[in-house]
Ligand binder design. Structure first.
Ligand SMILES: Nc1ncnc2c1ncn2[C@@H]1O[C@H](COP(=O)(O)OP(=O)(O)O)[C@@H](O)[C@H]1O
Ligand SMILES: [Mg+2]
Length: 436
């Protein structure tokens, strides 16, 4: 077949694909061409040219010759051998957000040696960050991110079809989706100073959960300003402490009922029940939890605070198996709120720490799970609203939430109001977003 015909056929195929697949255009637009065509080649050349000197300066280059020689038969001279050899730099491959390179370690070196030099790599290569992993023994993979992917605010509704009890709330520092999965991590603590992005994070979470078959229950004792935006999509909303105490006690009853049902059916959790018999999962959102714990000295307040604290702790202990999940937001969450708060924190396996003004707040949020994450959280500046360090187990990552505006919240509540499952255990004044 002549070449002209092949080229022509390919062009026609491409045109037809572009005409009948409008998504192709969007996909082409989404490719970071500037990085692939200009940024990547420049950085790769810079890496290759600076590699030897960089390794010498960071003591990654070692000499294969001995560090001592015998002179004249009886004189031993010791010192640093000349001509150190840098570890072998493998092919440098581009990714959408930066590049990766595989490096072969010298005998005696560990990935920790590379990790110690990671900061020097970022400056020498002029990239935003460098991570070091070791997927294969004897080699490390250096992953460089060109620009801070969290530098710009993220807006818009994420386009994906969520699985039950998972929510795409933003993007992580290495460009991946920031997904909250309640089936994997049942309870979450969100910490941050005022105006750091806690309520926005909750709103984004609610917006993502709204289309799902999930009951959403709110406790917002700062007048309900934040969560009432989701009005009719909430199965109940408490805006003061006495309502919150009643709501939490109703949830404890619901938990007891679910436990009875599981026992009767010989199930360990609601997920072992038949689909038809399974009660709807409940996500309990508490904005500014300190309002529940802090007391003004009156006897009533003291008792309500104790009730709320005990109920939250009990729900934290039992909830995972019964499909009752807690999401608690606070400016600080430690022993100053009472021993109940410390015990509850131990139940909240997922942690998110926005900008905080002191080390103790970051330690309260992340210290017990991942000490390294504390330092990373302290680096978040006040202007980086919605940026957080999130830790699950010992792993942590920097991430930024998607913005959910009050208008988007109201529209979401209106659109999904019909999905609000009624929770019969709750009193009439608490149902339907407190609207009666
Ligand atoms: N992910 C984000 N990206 C950009 N701006 C954000 C983000 N999250 C919050 N903000 C901005 O920060 C301000 C304070 O956020 P908010 O969630 O009310 O903080 P908090 O509840 O911690 O006091 C909001 O007005 C919002 O515009
Ligand atoms: Mg708030």
């Amino acid at each position: 077949m002549p070449w002209e015909l092949v080229v022509w056929l390919l062009s026609v195929a491409l045109c037809l694909a572009l005409i009948f697949q409008p998504h192709w255009q969007t996909r082409l637009d989404a490719v970071p061409w500037r990085w692939y065509l200009i940024g990547y080649p420049i950085t790769a050349i810079r890496m290759t040219l600076t590699w030897r000197r960089l390794c010498q300066n960071t003591e990654l280059a070692v000499s294969r010759r001995p560090n001592h020689v015998l002179l004249g038969g009886d004189l031993l001279v010791k010192g640093s051998a000349l001509r150190p050899v840098a570890p072998k730099l493998g092919p440098i491959r581009p990714t959408r957000t930066g590049l990766t390179a595989s490096i072969r370690l010298h005998p005696g070196q560990t990935p920790l040696h590379m990790l110690a030099a990671a900061e020097a790599f970022t400056h020498a290569w002029r990239v935003h960050s460098v991570r070091v992993t070791s997927p294969v023994r004897g080699r490390v993979l250096v992953i460089a991110t060109a620009r801070d992917p969290l530098g710009k605010p993220l807006g818009g509704t994420p386009a994906h079809r969520p699985r039950l009890l998972t929510a795409l709330v933003g993007r992580t520092g290495d460009g991946a989706d920031w997904v909250i999965n309640f089936r994997r991590v049942p309870h979450w603590l969100v910490v941050g100073a005022t105006r750091s992005g806690k309520s926005n994070w909750l709103a984004t979470l609610v917006r993502e959960l709204s289309p799902q078959h999930v009951a959403l229950v709110g406790i917002d004792c700062k007048g309900g300003l934040e969560l009432s935006l989701f009005g009719k999509r909430l199965s109940a909303l408490a805006t003061n402490r006495s309502d919150a105490a009643r709501l939490l006690s109703a949830l404890l009853h619901e938990a007891a009922e679910r436990m009875r049902q599981c026992r009767a059916d010989g199930a360990r959790s609601i997920w072992d029940l038949d689909d038809a018999a399974r009660p709807v999962p409940i996500v309990v959102l508490v904005d500014e939890v300190a309002e529940l714990y802090l007391i003004d000295g009156t006897r009533n307040a003291k008792q309500e605070a104790a009730e709320c604290s005990a109920a939250l702790l009990r729900l934290g202990q039992l909830g995972a198996a019964l499909g009752i999940h807690l999401v608690i937001s606070a400016q600080r969450f430690g022993s100053e709120l009472g021993s109940g708060a410390t015990a509850l924190r131990a139940q909240l396996g997922g942690r998110i720490c926005h900008c905080v003004h002191d080390k103790t707040s970051a330690e309260m949020a992340l210290g017990d799970l991942s000490p390294d994450a504390v330092a990373a959280a302290q680096m978040i500046t006040e202007s980086e609203r919605g940026v957080a360090v999130t830790a699950v187990g010992g792993r942590w990552v920097r991430a930024r939430s998607v913005i959910t505006t009050p208008r988007e919240a109201r529209e979401c509540a209106r659109e999904h109001a019909h999905r609000t499952p009624p929770l019969p255990l709750m009193g009439p004044s608490l149902t339907n977003g407190g609207a009666g």
